[in-house]
Design a protein. Structure first.
Length: 469
């Protein structure tokens, strides 16, 4: 639960007077803006490997980050102590780095506020979670006799956050996060295959239900017969149907990063000159959303104290908004979109995604597959690479099917999907009505790591390069 304001003051050993003095110290050299970010995060994790606990533990991350802005310069310093001498030293260091003041005028509401309550679990002994992991492993092994290894990992964290800035905005929040991952190795006739699944929500121990256990156990063994039968297809240019849900990682990487405002402000994004222009067919809407209840990427406030909100980046095929933090919003003369995010108090915030997805269309998934004479259907991606400036991307696909004459035929695996973000967007031929926000434990890396969500309905792209035999 989110506590009252005094809980956060007591946690970080500060009060409004101390916060005011610290901000005054930051601004003394003529800075235009500053903010303080206090964090108290507790972590707990437990790893079960073939029935045995092989690791587990608890730790705490505690400290404050101080950011000072002067024109285009940013000074940032952090401390793992919130004692006054350490706070003062931290503020002076950040102010010294940002020593050439120019007016910035960042946007922000001025009324002290806090988020709505979230469930959180703290202080629960790790041993209390062991029966769930053991039951999960037993259920997985019961479903398939070819299993030779099961690894289950459970992690919980709860973060207390207190934010204050030179606009006198005071925000506080408590952010829970529960994650569970399951990795299974199968063996058949000398051939080995593996499959993984995960779940992550803004929840505590209440997420560990029987329904979740059965869902994950069923998912990790489903499709394994096709995995053993799968082959690498002959490569070339062909149509690609991306399955609903996890295929959203391609949208996140190949397009979403290029919509982040810092890349566009610096002119390094392929979309830097495309604001207000048609970038994909009409009827397509692409969103980054911080308000989806319980989703891994959702936030009451971003890490600059801007309320979570739903941001339409593409409306009816037209690029209408980048993803902004306070700095980029001031540059473009718009309001922040709630995308200022950081890995921890040790990092300054950057424009980052939250939950990125494409809205449903009107087609049926089977109708899109039926349109394809030669192509592939892909539904499980692994790692990928994206060039923000050129928009070129490469993704590794772990599983899918050939499409021949409008039907799914031979299972395929271990192929690459190669294309260009703007070209792929422009070549979307159809969008199904089956949007799925994937519940997996997605983590986005961009100088620092943050939890995100992604999703997509079934989408048909006219032509991409498929790397195969």
């Amino acid at each position: 639960m989110i506590e009252n304001r005094q809980y956060y003051f007591d946690t970080f050993l500060v009060d409004e007077k101390v916060l005011g003095r610290l901000v005054a110290e930051c601004m003394a050299g003529g800075a235009s803006y500053c903010d303080l970010y206090f964090e108290n995060t507790t972590y707990a994790s437990l790893l079960l490997r073939d029935g045995a606990v092989t690791s587990g533990g608890n730790h705490v991350d505690f400290g404050v980050g101080v950011r000072v802005l002067s024109g285009e310069k940013t000074g940032y310093a952090y401390s793992e102590s919130t004692a006054w001498p350490d706070l003062l030293s931290c503020a002076r260091a950040a102010a010294q780095i940002a020593s050439q003041p120019v007016e910035v005028n960042p946007y922000g509401t001025r009324n002290p506020s806090r988020g709505e309550p979230n469930p959180a679990a703290r202080g629960v002994p790790l041993s209390a979670f062991l029966p769930f992991l053991q039951k999960l492993e037993a259920e997985v092994r019961r479903r398939d006799q070819r299993i030779i290894k099961v690894i289950a990992n459970l992690a919980f964290q709860v973060s207390d956050i207190l934010m204050y800035n030179s606009d006198k905005e005071l925000k506080w929040d408590t952010r829970p996060m529960g994650s569970i991952s399951l990795s299974v190795v199968f063996q058949q006739g000398g051939q080995t295959e593996n499959k993984s699944t995960s779940r992550s929500f803004r929840q505590g121990a209440e997420m560990l239900t029987e329904a979740l256990l059965q869902e994950m156990a069923g998912e990790v063994v489903s499709g394994i017969d096709e995995r053993f039968a799968a082959r690498r297809p002959k490569g070339g240019r062909m149509s690609v149907v991306m399955g609903a849900g996890a295929s959203g990682i391609l949208l996140h990487e190949a397009m979403g990063h290029a919509f982040e405002a810092d890349f566009n402000r610096k002119g390094t994004s392929i979309f830097a000159d495309k604001m207000g222009k048609q970038i994909c067919p009409r009827g397509i809407h692409i969103i980054d959303d911080g308000t989806l209840p319980g989703k891994r990427g959702s936030l009451n406030f971003d890490d600059e104290g801007i309320p979570g909100q739903k941001t339409y980046m593409v409306v009816d095929g037209v690029l209408t908004s980048y993803l902004h933090d306070r700095i980029s919003a001031a540059h473009y003369g718009v309001r922040p979109t709630g995308n200022g995010r950081r890995e921890s108090f040790r990092y300054a915030p950057l424009p980052r995604m939250r939950a990125t997805y494409m809205e449903s269309g009107t087609a049926k998934a089977q109708e899109l597959i039926a349109e394809v004479q030669k192509g592939v259907f892909v539904d499980e991606f692994s790692n990928g690479q994206v060039q923000i400036g050129e928009g070129d991307f490469t993704f590794y696909v772990k599983s899918g099917f050939l499409i021949e004459n409008g039907r799914l035929t031979q299972p395929v695996k271990d192929i690459n999907i190669i294309g260009n973000g703007p070209e792929a967007l422009a070549d979307i031929r159809g969008v199904a009505d089956d949007l799925l926000i994937d519940p997996g434990a997605w983590t986005c890396g961009k100088e620092q790591s943050v939890p995100v969500s992604c999703g997509i309905p079934t989408v048909l792209i006219g032509s991409l390069t498929v790397g195969g035999e």
